[in-house]
Design a protein around this ligand. Structure first.
Ligand code: ATP
Length: 351
């Protein structure tokens, strides 16, 4: 089994989509419980990718963690939390703790992601937003607490045998394309490696998926020949491509780690709209409904919060200290949220 240290390498350079499948592979050909070697069929180029082996909250828990919560408790229990049943909960983090050495990063994080939701995780730098995404994706295991995937507890890291029925994809901030593979090979990576689809069918599907994210005629380019925004679109195409020969396609939750970081305002808008378009409530670039059941976006950008997200979770000092609908963010009376929304140096958040 790969060690914890493999994570930093993985997160900076390799694509990742996890799933629990009966064939022993995660969605991107990541061999269960160990590392795998991806051998390209035609030209024998090899890409080695490694990954490590790997919840429920009450609404009152979600807002009880911080001393600044009380003033905003009523807003935190607004329309987004008025659910009668948990039958539509896809992912739940329940009282999740995570430390790195002496650094106690997550100290009791609880929240639920429901089918059809577009959720943002915000908060000051270093509060553990990316860490929580990696825990949901199964790249990191919590020290304490639990992650539930469709009501079933994830016991270890990715590809738990007993968990199935939901694909969880993580789109890294860096796009994490394989530099030596063409766009076609990057987007079709999983299918070339891990499906029975003929190559011409995969190629056709790659072209259609690229069209869905607004890219045409770039199949034979290398990542180095693309702009930053185009790379992010290719990464998105790679995360939404499905094996169309399978009888049933599992719903997918996509986790985006700072998808608009480093982009100019217009390129950010394109990516934000793209994220919306591949969601079940959206319509992709060729007019088809999106396939992503729910998504979670970690972001610092106000435009992304406004444009790509419906509900927000605010992570601070290891807990979700506020949550609410996006439109409630700027009117919140919570001192932490007010300071963060205004960018003020005065307030409870200290740097
Ligand atoms: N694998 C690791 N080993 C040691 N420390 C880590 C590891 N991963 C994250 N950390 C530390 O945990 C803390 C939280 O990191 P994380 O990337 O989750 O924060 P973040 O909220 O996403 O930050 P930012 O908004 O700046 O991207 C940081 O102090 C980081 O250095």
């Amino acid at each position: 089994m790969a060690s914890l240290s493999s994570l930093s390498w993985l997160s900076s350079s390799a694509p990742f989509v996890s799933s629990s499948r009966s064939d022993g592979y995660g969605v991107l050909g990541i061999k269960r419980n160990d590392c795998c070697v991806y051998k390209q069929r035609q030209d024998k180029r090899n890409v080695i990718c490694a990954c490590m082996a790997p919840s429920r909250s009450l609404e009152s828990d979600e807002v009880s963690g911080a001393k600044f919560n009380q003033s905003s408790k009523s807003e935190s229990l607004s329309k987004s939390f008025q659910h009668e049943s948990d039958s539509d909960v896809l992912i739940e983090c329940q009282d999740v703790y995570k430390s790195f050495g002496e650094k106690h990063i997550l100290r009791g994080v609880s929240f639920k992601i429901r089918h059809g939701e577009a959720v943002g995780i915000i908060g000051p730098s270093g509060t553990g937003k990316s860490t929580i995404l990696k825990i949901i994706a199964g790249l990191l295991a919590p020290d304490k607490g639990a992650v539930y995937i469709r009501g079933r507890r994830r016991a270890g890291l990715i590809s738990d045998d007993e968990i199935s029925g939901l694909r969880i994809g993580l789109v890294f901030q860096s796009a994490a394309l394989f530099d030596s593979l063409t766009v076609r090979e990057n987007v079709g990576f999983l299918l070339y490696e891990n499906s029975r689809m003929p190559e011409d069918q995969i190629s056709q599907l790659v072209t259609e998926t690229l069209a869905a994210v607004g890219l045409k005629g770039v199949e034979d380019r290398l990542p180095s020949e693309l702009s930053g925004g185009m790379k992010k679109r290719v990464a998105l195409a790679r995360s939404i491509i499905f094996d169309t020969t399978k009888e049933s396609i599992e719903p997918e939750v996509l986790l985006y780690d700072e998808p608009t970081a480093g982009l100019d305002p217009i390129a950010s808008t394109v990516v934000e709209d793209l994220i919306r378009s591949v969601h079940v409530t959206g319509e992709d670039a060729v007019g088809k409904p999106g396939k992503i059941a729910s998504y979670v976006v970690v972001t610092h950008q106000h435009s992304t919060i406004r444009r790509a997200v419906d509900r927000l979770l605010f992570l601070y000092e290891g807990k979700i200290v506020w949550q609410g609908m996006t439109e409630e963010f700027t009117t919140s009376t919570n001192p932490i949220v007010r300071q963060f929304a205004s960018g003020s140096l005065d307030g409870p958040i200290r740097y």
